[in-house]
Write a protein that binds this ligand. Structure first.
Ligand code: FAD
Length: 285
């Protein structure tokens, strides 16, 4: 039986309380949200925090709403809640596409949007989605609040800009006219991605005004296929250009071979999935 090492456990009553508990317990304390990534790592002794600060009582951090010109998603919003939030699907169908293929109902009922982003697993679907959406992440800490673009949030595998004494509080997605989609290849339903791609397009007068392309588990820097985005912007949204954008994305990513497949297969997948995501997004216009 896998058992985690001994740890202290405290339940935060507010954002301020969570921050003061992180300060009190010091560098070896960790936030626990859904616990679906952290607890398995603790059981395997890959993580051994001395104290867990539980933020599950912070209901003020759960929920999806439109505020001004942004879709605001609380860090404690469960995957299942994002999947059924009408505001999310109405503005950004990519969010529902992605949530539909994240794990299974048991994980989705417990795992949180903030936990997914802070975990920064290269296979985490929402990292690529929020990077493609050009979202901003609101982080609270001892010095107050700061906002970081999703594209600057990830420092590398399992590493983000969130400091040990900080808490991710909200995700803001600027609401604008757009169409979007997410497509994923997994070995079995509910499995982590072999590879996945998300596309967000703003089309004005038959021209792509802005393109966002995210890649999951395919070795794209910061989860983004930037060269493909630059290629698409300013041109017509044609199928030939979508195929070319896929080729460019495949050329610029660096997938690694693992139990889910060899690198050349994943590179092929990157191209194919980018093209499919773009086609699906445009098919929704
Ligand atoms: C069987 C299984 C299958 C899965 N399949 C997929 C999948 O297909 N696709 C996918 O994307 N994910 C998948 N997941 C992961 C799932 O989405 C988790 O919910 C997610 O990785 C972590 O969310 P959590 O709320 O459980 O975070 P936790 O495990 O509680 O925390 C994860 C990390 O984030 C930190 N953290 C959490 N919240 C905050 C915060 N607000 N501020 C600062 N730090 C914070 C914690 O300290 C910890 O380091 C799967 C998980 C399981 C168990």
């Amino acid at each position: 039986m896998q058992v985690p090492a001994v740890f202290q456990y405290r339940r935060a009553t507010s954002v301020e309380d969570a921050l003061s508990l992180l300060a009190e317990y010091g560098p070896e304390s960790r936030i626990v949200a859904g616990g679906h990534s952290l607890l398995p790592m603790m059981k395997l002794r890959l993580a051994h925090p001395e104290a867990l600060v539980d933020i599950n009582d912070l209901t003020e951090l759960a929920g999806v709403r439109v505020e001004g010109d942004a879709l605001v998603i609380g860090a404690m919003t469960r995957h299942a809640a994002l999947l059924t939030a009408p505001e999310a699907g109405a503005h950004f169908p990519i969010l529902h596409d992605a949530e539909r293929v994240i794990a299974d109902p048991i994980v989705r009922n417990r795992g949180t949007v903030g936990g997914s982003l802070c975990q920064a697993d290269p296979s985490e679907d929402l990292s690529a989605v929020f990077a493609a959406l050009r979202a901003s992440l609101v982080i609270h800490g001892p010095e107050g609040a700061r906002t970081v673009p999703a594209r600057d949030f990830f420092l590398g595998p399992y590493e983000t800009v969130v400091g040990q004494r900080e808490l991710l509080v909200e995700i803001h997605v600027p609401v604008r006219p757009s169409t979007s989609a997410y497509v994923k290849v997994d070995r079995r339903a509910g499995d982590w991605a072999v590879g996945a791609a998300g596309a967000v397009l703003t089309i004005v007068d038959e021209t792509v005004a802005e393109a966002g392309i995210g890649l999951t588990a395919l070795g794209a820097p910061r989860f983004v296929a930037e060269e493909a985005e630059e290629f698409l912007a300013g041109g017509p949204p044609t199928d030939a250009r979508f195929v070319e954008a896929g080729r460019i994305a495949a050329d610029h990513c660096e997938p690694v071979a693992d139990q889910r497949g060899p690198a050349d297969y994943k590179r092929h997948l990157a191209g194919e999935l980018v093209t499919r995501a773009l086609r699906r997004a445009v098919g929704r216009v």
